[in-house]
Design a protein around this ligand. Structure first.
Ligand SMILES: [Fe+2]
Length: 451
């Protein structure tokens, strides 16, 4: 069965078309006033395929990584840069020397999904195989990294940083293993915990969520397919009808023996918005739920609208109570970094049309009141994931800024928008015009100077 809406070129054309130039531009034009307290780099990773597209079409998740960055300081937009993340597969195509560094099981695949700051260093990261790739402050590739010899598994694109400890909690997976690994990385970028958790299969585990005391394993029925791998599929994972869906709950720092499994209706979740402990031992989580994954469309998420849901996970009964909060199609959920694993009133997502891969408005959800506000950037504009940065001396949860890259299909121009999170519908605080189009991509972060 194939999805008739799925255009096999959609991840390499239009606003997804890769850019070939690596640009450095300084003193960028700014509309409005950049708050001087924004001292750091906004970085965003995403696929920027190099070379010929595979036969059958480019999978959204497998293109070469490219990081785009904007350096803000003293009320100025000091620079914009975009650089390939030079994994071995990328340097081969570009005809450049390999950048070296340790490899996980020989993998030279892209690190194209997220970019994070850990202990004053910058890493481009990806799930399912390749090690992180370290970048310098100006986005040049240094080398592949196993965190000083401490990372012995594949990594993840979604470490969850516990704001109380600075520890980064990840769930990692790699196709030969019927286990996921719960890997914890310390603030000094070394692995401090690695626990294999048998799952009786090979699920794709894109992300996790933490609370103040526990971490989740999203064991959902999208799994590795040896048949697809043998046939050369670019991403050999597909919907496995009949495989039970479940959420594992274990204590922070725990191991396989500690896991309590809770059944959930079959679905796929790339991204939880957040989770927190309830006083009675249950966990309240908010997730973006896809009805299925990689069933009718094998090149990208396209199995019906991803919707915002509340899950109440009850380890005592092994059940998950589900409730839909918003049936608009959306993705890329974020809460303020300081509230990861804590009760957060506000969450931010982006409208996402899965059939066409287009994004639209930014949504600000109040999950305590089940209300939302919408910001449109115009009828032809597409927004990326919004990252919250608190205002100096902030006194309210939404007292800060939302940073998001916006590209208008009408003129193919991109800009970094700085919005007031308290007034998402109001005039932007500042808009930094960028010298080239930034292809729609995945995830990014604000990395303050020195962090
Ligand atoms: Fe992701």
């Amino acid at each position: 069965m194939t999805n008739v809406d799925a255009d096999p070129t959609r991840w390499t054309t239009g606003l997804y078309a890769p850019v070939e130039q690596e640009v450095t531009a300084t003193d960028l034009p700014v509309r409005g006033t950049l708050p001087p307290e924004l001292d750091g780099r906004y970085l965003r990773n995403g696929p920027n395929p190099v070379g010929a597209a595979p036969e059958g079409g480019q999978h959204w998740f497998t293109g070469a990584g490219m990081v785009h960055g904007v350096r803000l300081r003293d009320g100025r937009a000091e620079w914009y840069r975009n650089r390939y993340v030079r994994s071995g597969g990328v340097t081969d195509v570009l005809g450049e020397p390999d950048r070296g560094g340790p490899l996980h099981d020989g993998s030279r695949g892209p690190a194209n999904t997220n970019v994070v700051g850990i202990g004053g260093r910058t890493f481009a990261i990806v799930e399912a195989g390749s090690f992180p790739i370290e970048l310098d402050d100006e986005l040049e590739t240094i080398a592949s990294s196993d965190f000083g010899g401490t990372l012995r598994t594949s990594f993840s694109a979604h470490p969850k940083r516990d704001p109380a400890t600075g520890l980064l909690h990840t769930m990692t997976y790699y196709w030969p293993e019927e286990s996921v690994h719960y890997v914890v990385v310390g603030p000094d970028a070394t692995v401090v915990h690695d626990a294999a958790i048998p799952v009786g299969g090979r699920p794709m585990v894109h992300d996790t969520a933490i609370t103040e005391t526990r971490v989740l394993v999203l064991d959902l029925p999208c799994t590795f397919s040896m048949d697809d791998a043998g046939a050369g599929a670019p991403l050999p994972y597909r919907w496995e009808a009949g495989r039970p869906a479940r959420v594992g709950v274990l204590p922070l720092g725990g191991s396989a023996d500690d896991v309590v499994w809770c059944s959930v209706d079959p679905c796929y979740v790339f991204h939880p918005l957040n989770a927190h402990d309830l006083p009675d031992g249950r966990i309240e989580a908010f997730v973006v739920r896809h009805p299925k994954m990689f069933d009718t469309d094998r090149l990208g998420p396209n199995e019906g609208a991803p919707t915002l849901e509340r899950w109440v996970i009850d380890p005592a009964s092994g059940t998950v109570k589900e409730e839909r909060l918003d049936d608009r199609s959306q993705e890329f959920p974020r809460v303020p970094d300081a509230l990861v694993g804590r009760p957060a009133r506000y969450g931010y997502t982006v409208g996402f049309d899965v059939a066409h891969g287009t994004t639209s408005a930014l949504y600000k959800h109040d999950v305590t009141r089940d209300t939302s506000e919408v910001r449109s950037f115009g009828p032809t504009a597409m927004a990326g994931e919004a990252v919250f940065v608190p205002r100096d001396g902030a006194t309210a949860e939404d007292d800060g800024y939302l940073l998001t890259l916006v590209t208008d299909a009408a003129d193919e121009r991109s800009a970094l928008h700085v919005l007031s999170a308290h007034d998402v519908g109001g005039d932007p605080v500042a808009v930094v015009d960028l010298p080239q189009r930034v292809p729609l991509g995945f995830h990014g972060n604000w990395i303050p100077t020195g962090a």
